[in-house]
Design a protein around this ligand. Structure first.
Ligand code: ATP
Length: 816
């Protein structure tokens, strides 16, 4: 194997040597891949018609020239044919050699793996001997929800008894609501416990962990946990883990997580450990499941029954459909919505409480204005109902922040309170929300309920809403509960802001979302199989006729379907519209904005602002981190970033700043590498505010939009796609992730990826074909070559299976 780094062109020499004891004829040779880029030459011009005799000890030189201007990684197979004599009947024999060429820039070299990937081996756990546990230091200002009642913690055998198939298989009804969700939650928690144990680090000198003192705060110890930023294992601020010095068994030290940074956690321990700590001390580590989120959901499932939320969720079993309400003619804060009759009517119905006590649903494809409709309704209610108190929630912090920012566009900040959980990194709080949230200095505070009850609008994630229940906010205080991105949460999570807070008779619930975008994330295959993967929004839409079309129309008293996309250029919408929305989506985005990149000089085809850039990269890992990255894709992305920012202000082109660009990548390591590369590009080209260019996972981009979106798909080896599925990562074989990623762009969408791997997934194959047909495809292609390989192998009478198998095997490189 040969590996060489270069730019565009390189020549190397190969020697064919007869190391045997008999003469042989060298009759033919060829490269089987990347024929466009490899040229093979020899002086004698060896062919079957012009063979070359090689006596024992003779060697013969072949020149391999590699010519390529596309960054990437090009492994090829070279096949050589020999014959013992030139009789037509004599059998040929073959020697196959692999060659690799990499076209890489200086930036790519900087981003290369810091050290080879060396996964930690999975520990074998033996029965635990009883030991003393020394408690550690919790983070300052950390207020766990201590007084959530501990709802029965079942032991494992009891779970087995509980594992009642009949209950799991019976449809969800109001009669079995609490019982069924509790069972599903236990199954999920059991899986969480099994999963987290895989990350434990054993009490063994070869495999143990080494901690060091935090240079910024000597009271904290830093532990490297590769994968923690991708929730493998899931560790949040305030969580606990146990460490034990290697070789000891009697005492374990409990450490509290003060912060999670990239692949490190900073831990607070007792002075008993700090006093004896020496740099480089070795430890075993046990991770523990944080039960808080599960307990909050158990409580919600239980309170849903005691607070009779059946009136809210199952009200339409009888003939209680309300009569048509009186709608007010309101003047909207966002006057654009007045021009869309569906949005306007939805606001009117929500304000009138037409669906009460049932939830009002606003659903529809991406960019159709669900969030702005919700926010407008919140503002109208705040303006018109003087006794109202509104709770506005979303599953993720980024979607909740977005809601809050939009509310603050028209509501006085003294009336709004954004409450964060103690576990949320204070550095992630956006500057514009600092004046109206519970972050004081570096710490979160949690005011008494009397204080909280003074705010007209409370904005929290679904989980943090549980703090309001724990804090004793009385039922009925919140007259309206809004949940955006409701399709992304499991039902008991979505019920957290309702159960215990909502008055089932008089409260109004509004849910917005799109079941075709990211859905609930679950670990347990059983919880998934028995229905927990269906969100409350989706269940209401499928189980209750009032939310379904009757005679081809929806009943606007209960539900509004939005179909006008105000975000994107039609070329960006075409594939998701066809694949997920039956072509119903209408293009309504502002013409000037959506066309602002149609004349960009780097488009493969003018007027078509979608680029698929094929890159033959490799998905790599480094050190002990399980997360993947693809350097070649980062190089291509940075080339586009540079071109975009350099074209800022050019005549005829729209202005662009880093904040108008978003980069979506499926793995944390790729996100880190992109950030590092952006820093360099920013410095080299003196671009300002590069930190406002958002780089993140699809989850972080759900609900977001940017003028230009780039997507790095990373995967270059088909062998890892099942691994992605298992860990709920990546883009391949995950159509909801695909849908969210490609629908964030307003004017320009650039997808960078390996078409060979992506074409194995029907959704991506559709997208790539679309780009090819429309002229938006650029970068490397492979299709014609495959046929060529077959033809060449046929000439050599080699079997395709064996050679291709070696080409595709991700381990073959390291074997050589
Ligand atoms: N009636 C309208 N007229 C003009 N622009 C609108 C209108 N409604 C929404 N928009 C704009 O469309 C974009 C998308 O809106 P919004 O984020 O509310 O959509 P969404 O349906 O919540 O999207 P997603 O499903 O991706 O979260 C925003 O820029 C918003 O300002």
């Amino acid at each position: 194997m040969f590996l060489f780094y270069f730019f565009q062109q390189c020549v190397i020499k190969l020697n064919v040597k007869n190391t045997g004891t008999e003469p042989v004829y060298f009759t033919y040779y060829t490269a089987l891949h990347w024929l466009k880029y490899f040229t093979l030459m020899d002086e004698h011009k060896v062919t079957k018609l012009s063979p070359l005799s090689l006596k024992p000890g003779d060697s013969y030189e072949i020149q391999v020239q590699f010519n390529c201007s596309l960054v990437g990684f090009y492994p090829a197979t070279l096949a050589f044919e020999f014959k013992p004599d030139l009789q037509p009947s004599s059998a040929a024999f073959y020697i196959v050699r692999f060659i690799e060429a990499q076209c890489i820039t200086s930036l790519g070299l900087e981003l290369a793996p810091e050290a080879p990937y060396k996964p930690r081996s999975l520990p074998v756990w033996t029965a635990e001997a009883p030991c003393e546990i020394v408690d550690g230091q919790q983070p300052e200002g950390y207020h766990p929800l201590l007084n959530i009642p501990l709802i029965q913690t079942y032991s494992l055998p009891y779970i087995c008894v509980l594992f009642r198939r009949a209950l799991l298989e019976s449809p969800l009804s109001w009669e079995n609501y609490t019982e069924k969700f509790e069972l599903l939650l236990y199954l999920e928690e059991l899986q969480m416990e099994v999963d987290i144990k895989r990350y434990n680090i054993p009490n063994d000198e070869k495999e143990c962990a080494v901690m060091y003192q935090d240079p910024q705060n000597k009271k904290l110890l830093v532990l490297e946990v590769p994968g923690v930023s991708e929730n493998r294992p899931s560790v949040l601020r305030g969580d606990q883990l146990l460490v034990c010095p290697v070789g000891e068994t009697k005492v374990k030290y409990r450490g509290y997580v003060h912060c999670v940074q990239l692949d490190q956690v900073k831990l607070g321990f007792s002075s008993k450990l700090l006093d004896r700590f020496i740099e480089g001390m070795q430890f075993s580590v046990e991770f523990t499941v944080n039960r808080l989120t599960v307990r909050l959901q158990h409580r919600a499932a239980e309170l849903a029954t005691t607070h009779r939320l059946g009136k809210v969720f199952h009200v339409f079993t009888g003939s209680t459909i309300p009569t048509f309400p009186v709608l007010c003619l309101c003047k909207l804060f966002d006057c654009k919505l007045e021009r869309n009759p569906e949005q306007y009517r939805a606001v009117q119905h929500i304000v009138a409480g037409s669906s009460k006590p049932a939830p009002y649903l606003v659903f529809g494809p991406p960019g159709t204005g669900k969030t702005v409709t919700l926010v407008e309704a919140i503002k109208q209610i705040e303006k018109t109902e003087h006794s109202c108190h509104i709770l506005a929630c979303a599953p993720s912090n980024s979607a909740t922040d977005l809601l809050c920012k939009k509310i603050l566009e028209h509501v006085d900040e003294h009336k709004v309170y954004r409450m964060y959980a103690s576990s949320w990194d204070p550095k992630m709080v956006p500057g514009e929300l600092k004046a109206c949230c519970n972050l004081v200095g570096e710490c979160y505070t949690f005011p008494a309920k009397e204080e909280l009850m003074k705010y007209r609008i409370m904005v929290t994630t679904l989980f943090t809403a549980g703090r309001l229940v724990t804090g004793g906010i009385p039922t009925g205080h919140f007259t309206h509960v809004f949940v955006d991105e409701a399709g992304h949460a499991v039902e008991p999570e979505c019920v957290i802001p309702l159960a215990g807070l909502l008055n089932a008779e008089s409260g109004q619930v509004v849910l917005a979302g799109d079941p075709k975008q990211l859905g609930p994330i679950l670990r347990s295959p059983f919880a998934l199989k028995f229905g927990m993967g269906i969100s409350l929004l989706e269940r209401l839409m499928t189980d209750f006729p009032v939310y379904c079309k009757e005679d081809g129309v929806f009943n606007n008293c209960f539900v509004t379907k939005l179909l006008c996309n105000y975000r994107s250029h039609p070329a960006i919408l075409k594939v998701p519209n066809e694949l997920f929305y039956d072509g119903e989506l209408q293009v309504c985005a502002d013409e000037i904005l959506r066309n602002s990149y149609c004349r960009w000089e780097y488009l493969p085809k003018m007027g078509f602002p979608v680029i698929f850039h094929g890159v033959a990269g490799i998905d790599q890992r480094e050190k002990t981190s399980p997360s993947f990255f693809n350097v070649a894709e980062v190089e291509v992305l940075m080339d586009y970033v540079r071109k975009l920012l350099l074209s800022h202000g050019k005549r005829g082109l729209s202005t662009i700043a880093p904040r108008d660009i978003g980069i979506i990548a499926p793995y944390r390591k790729q996100v880190q590498k992109i950030r590092k590369a952006l820093e360099k590009v920013g410095k080299d080209f003196k671009f300002k505010n590069m930190n406002t260019l958002k780089v993140g996972s699809v989850e972080e981009f759900q609900g977001q939009e940017r003028k230009v979106i780039m997507v790095s798909t990373v995967r270059s080896s088909p062998d890892y796609t099942d691994y992605d599925k298992m860990f709920n990562l990546g883009f391949v074989k995950n159509e909801k992730r695909f849908n969210v990623a490609v629908t964030r762009a307003k004017a320009l969408l650039i997808v960078v990826g390996n078409p060979v791997v992506l074409n194995t997934d029907p959704t991506w194959a559709h997208f790539i074909k679309y780009c090819q047909d429309e002229g938006g495809y650029t970068g490397f292609t492979h299709a014609e070559e495959d046929e060529d390989v077959v033809a060449r192998l046929a000439v050599l009478s080699l079997e395709i299976g064996s050679v291709i198998q070696q080409q595709l095997d991700p381990e073959w490189r390291s074997d050589m």
